[in-house]
Design a protein around this ligand. Structure first.
Ligand code: APR
Ligand code: ZN
Length: 375
């Protein structure tokens, strides 16, 4: 058994901002008290990994093991760990759930703050690191660091999921899919018969579409500047498509005209402050709700005329779909197994760990919904 020993394995290391990832042999320490060491089986690649790698993220630190959309198997656990055991299938969670902080105790939020500071600094909750390479410590990322054959995470940042679920699919429940699906179901609380517009038809926007469809929405309008997204979006429930580039008028005006005064719900899944404004202003007077899901670059600001809110539109935002992570992800895995929540359709590409830079490339080109790395 490897329990209690340092494990040597391969990982994709980000040595410096703006450089491709580099496959290295690293050493992974055993888990300390309250920690879990996981053999990662599969990981998605997401925009947040790319944003931090680019150097634009003010919290970004190097060298680091990125990745936060993973699935794996518990290798060993540290002292005091009770909720997972070796052999369990698990999903690491960048939004933890300690079940004791004031955020966890409040049903209105999922934003557990227990390890917020150390997670942002790229270290474990005790302030130290478990990864080493060529005599240097490597930083952790978002409490997950899934771009490694083995990782160490806090027990509050992981949940056990059903063994029957394929880890190369349920890894997507670590980020993109709950983020969109929950935005529709938990944050907007879309009602049957409503009209919805989704700005951006990437993995997040398509997950919003699944949520709108599950809630019984009538019109689900996809807004994207890439018409290649339309065919695929139909499979996720998008039943109309608007390309802002096909219109002279601002997109909010186009949508208001198309929907007799505006939408009941809009979702921004791009991370662009201009489309955030358009999404709000495309809402119906009196009751329209717009949810911001896309993450804009640090320092960006949103604006609109306050009259938009005075006249009854609501601007909201959500992270991880509002799901309390450890309570919810195992249930979403059950929904996947019961065929209520399709995940397979999100995976358009599989690559090996040493091809991980290709997964970033596919994402930037808009060619993948999700490229999943098989470790
Ligand atoms: N108007 C309409 N659509 C746009 C625009 C725009 N101005 N700019 C980009 N898009 C479309 C792209 O064509 C793409 O289809 O938005 C979509 C974004 O999808 P992805 O790049 O696949 O991103 P996704 O993984 O879904 O994440 C969406 O959420 O994680 C956050 O901020 C992060 O940008 C990311 C966003
Ligand atoms: Zn908490």
């Amino acid at each position: 058994s490897t329990a209690g020993k340092v494990i040597k394995c391969r990982a994709a290391v980000a040595w410096a901002a703006g450089k491709p990832l580099s496959i290295e042999e690293i050493e992974v320490d055993p888990p300390k008290a309250g920690e879990v060491r996981v053999k990662i089986v599969a990981t998605g690649v997401c925009h947040t990994d790319s944003y931090t790698l680019s150097g634009q993220d003010p919290e970004g630190v190097f060298p680091v093991v990125l990745g936060h959309e993973g699935g794996g198997v518990v290798e060993s656990v540290g002292a005091g760990v009770t909720t997972v055991k070796p052999g369990d299938h698990v999903v690491p969670l960048y939004v933890p759930q300690c079940k004791e902080c004031k955020f966890c105790l409040n049903p209105k939020t999922n934003l557990c703050q227990k390890v917020r500071i150390t997670q942002g600094q790229g270290v474990m909750p005790d302030g130290t690191k478990r990864f080493h390479c060529k005599g240097q410590d490597l930083f952790h990322f978002m409490g997950c660091s899934t771009f490694s054959e083995y990782t160490v995470v806090a027990e509050i940042s992981i949940c056990k999921v059903a063994d029957a679920a394929a880890l190369d699919k349920v890894c997507l429940l670590g980020c993109g899919v709950p983020t969109g699906y929950g935005a529709a179901l938990n944050t907007a609380k879309v009602e049957p018969g409503s009209n919805c517009a989704i700005f951006g038809l990437g993995a997040v926007g398509l997950a919003v579409a699944l949520g709108c469809k599950a809630a019984g929405a009538k019109r689900i309008i996809g807004v994207d500047i890439n018409p290649a997204k339309y065919e695929v979006a139909k499979k996720f429930g998008v039943n109309e498509f608007v390309n802002p580039k096909d219109h002279e008028k601002p997109i909010q005006q186009v949508l208001v005209d198309l929907t007799d005064g505006g939408l009941d719900y809009t979702f921004e899944c791009i991370g662009n402050v201009n489309t955030m404004r358009a999404a709000l202003e495309a809402c119906h007077k009196g009751w329209g709700v717009s949810v911001i899901i896309g993450v804009a670059a640090a320092g960006q600001e949103i604006s609109t005329r306050p009259f938009q809110l005075v006249t009854g539109r609501t601007w909201k935002g959500t992270a991880f779909g509002g799901y309390k992570s450890r309570d919810s992800v195992p249930k979403l895995v059950e929904d996947y197994l019961n065929k209520k929540l399709p995940l397979d359709e999100f995976v358009t590409h599989n690559v090996k760990l040493d091809e991980i830079n290709e997964a970033f490339h596919l994402m930037h080109e808009g060619k993948s919904i999700r490229a999943v790395v098989l470790l």
